[in-house]
Ligand binder design. Structure first.
Ligand code: CS2
Length: 488
């Protein structure tokens, strides 16, 4: 069966690059070339090149495994983006020129960042990839990868390490600045990136840090598109329907949104011509998206998983969970200032429809990963506001109880749950030690300052309520707890 590559391209009856791929120079180095980047930033950049050309080829970098390189190298960097809802709409994307793998060849990534034509370094390395302390947004200098990178900057392992090594080379060779653009679901992602990169640069060479402060810009972004992990069935389906094999296939919902702070020091693709919104400040968009979309996603992931649902689509077939989602969003929507002239109720309706997309197999277990990194910005800032104002916090304390119950690592039928989280071992130890005394267990969870900060560690009411929910979930099961919440 024919594998997707440049030669096969003319034979395919599918939208494909209309520009001359061979003559495009690289303009972007992207760290963390997973499915999300390929369905989102690469999709917008492809649309710009299809519309008006430009040297915006993407050099993708994997900082951990060679998986994506093995998928894309035999395909000349080409892959299919399949939009799925009730219909299927494939498109071939040509923006990715090659994929480099950090552990195999770190020097190649540093050299790519230091290529003269490169104007933007972008990142989707997930929350934990910033090696920062989520509560303060500052670099965790104790992080083993950061300690390694300070001592061995010519062979970095972390995202901040690669960026600083590449910037150092640009500085030494006088190649001029670049913009460093985070596309991760972090509040203030531009400021966090600036903070970790300058802190690491300062630990390596204070003069480099001065140069970074003066010359490099760190635009913030709000990124949105639901992109479930591709499955072997998806790849087989494409092969059956369209007659070619694509190991790099990416499946996404039709919706996508990108709000970008217009703060680039060396030019950028004209993303605004293909649907992105370039603004002065992304803060309100970011907060809204994190608290409404990602906040309800995490709620549905933990409670839905415990109720036995494998995907968000399945969760949204259950009327109680739909009501739970609507209630959660209505409450979350009162905790922040929306972007100007923005209709929050339309946004919430749209989110419910997106979650119920029958074409997506978005696993609850996928969203449930890395809760320690996600819970603070998705739930806890809203909870703080409600608690400060003495308002009803129950939907949040319920959510926290569901998460704590989830990280026990055993479901309601007694089957093991694989907990994927940088703090999984701590959670297992807490359950082991205090599982028989849930009051103490809750206290110990809230004492995890990197998640709850100092304030919530001292919030007796919030802990009391969380304990109440954990007791209900433990004694009556998650479904009864949901009903009790909705009827209470
Ligand atoms: C999800 C996000 O996995 C998760 O935690 O909440 O990846 C979500 O699908 C995207 O942010 C949507 O834009």
């Amino acid at each position: 069966m024919a594998r997707l590559n440049s030669q096969l391209l003319p034979q395919l009856d599918i939208p494909r690059p209309s520009y001359d791929r061979g003559s495009v120079k690289p303009g972007i180095v992207h760290l963390g070339i997973g499915a999300f980047h390929r369905a989102h930033q690469a999709f917008y950049t492809e649309a710009v090149m299809n519309r008006s050309g430009g040297d915006w080829g993407i050099i993708g970098c994997s900082l951990r495994s060679a998986g994506v390189q093995q998928q894309l190298a035999p395909q000349d960097g080409l892959y299919t983006l399949l939009e799925r809802s009730t219909e299927n709409r494939p498109q071939i994307i040509g923006a990715v020129q090659k994929v480099l793998v950090g552990p195999d060849d770190p020097a190649a990534i540093i050299a790519a960042i230091a290529s003269p034509s490169v104007a933007i370094i972008s990142l989707t390395v997930t929350e934990k990839g910033y090696c920062h302390l989520p509560a303060s947004g500052t670099l965790n200098l104790e992080h083993p990868d950061i300690q390694h990178d300070i001592a061995n900057l010519e062979r970095p392992t972390s995202a901040p390490g690669f960026i600083v090594a590449g910037l150092r080379q640009r500085w030494r060779e006088n190649l001029g600045p670049v913009s460093v653009m985070s596309c991760d679901n972090l509040p203030d992602n531009g400021a966090v990136t600036r903070s970790v990169v300058t802190a690491l640069a300062a630990a390596v060479d204070p003069q480099l840090a001065d140069w970074v402060r003066r010359e490099v810009s760190f635009p913030g972004t709000m990124i949105d598109r639901i992109v479930p992990a591709t499955t072997a069935e998806d790849i087989d389906w494409l092969q059956r329907e369209y007659g070619y094999r694509d190991e790099g296939l990416v499946v996404a919902e039709p919706f996508s949104q990108w709000v970008i702070e217009d703060n680039f020091c060396r030019g950028r693709p004209t993303w605004e011509t293909v649907g992105a919104l370039l603004v002065k400040d992304v803060g309100h968009y970011e907060t809204m998206k994190l608290r409404l979309l990602n906040g309800s996603h995490s709620l549905l992931a933990y409670s839905g998983y415990l109720a036995g649902y494998a995907t968000i689509f399945q969760v949204m077939q259950d009327a109680d969970f739909v009501t739970l989602t609507r209630r959660f969003m209505a409450c979350a929507a009162t905790t922040f200032t929306p972007p100007e002239n923005f209709d929050l109720s339309v946004y919430q309706e749209q989110l419910c429809e997106r979650f119920a997309n029958p074409g997506l197999q978005h696993k609850t277990s996928q969203i449930a990963m890395d809760g320690s990194q996600k819970v603070p910005q998705r739930w806890l800032n809203s909870l703080r506001k409600l608690s400060e104002e003495d308002r009803d916090c129950r939907i949040y304390t319920f959510a926290i109880a569901a998460w704590i119950r989830f990280v026990k690592g055993v479901d309601e039928k007694g089957e093991a749950i694989k907990i994927s989280d940088p703090h999984a071992a701590t959670f297992a130890a807490l359950w082991q030690e205090y599982g028989a005394n849930q009051r103490r267990l809750i206290k110990e969870f809230f004492a995890q300052e990197m998640i709850f900060g100092q304030d919530l560690a001292g919030d007796e009411n919030v802990q009391q309520e969380t304990l109440r929910w954990l007791d209900v979930i433990t004694n009556n099961g998650i479904r009864s707890a949901v009903q009790m919440l909705l009827n209470g």
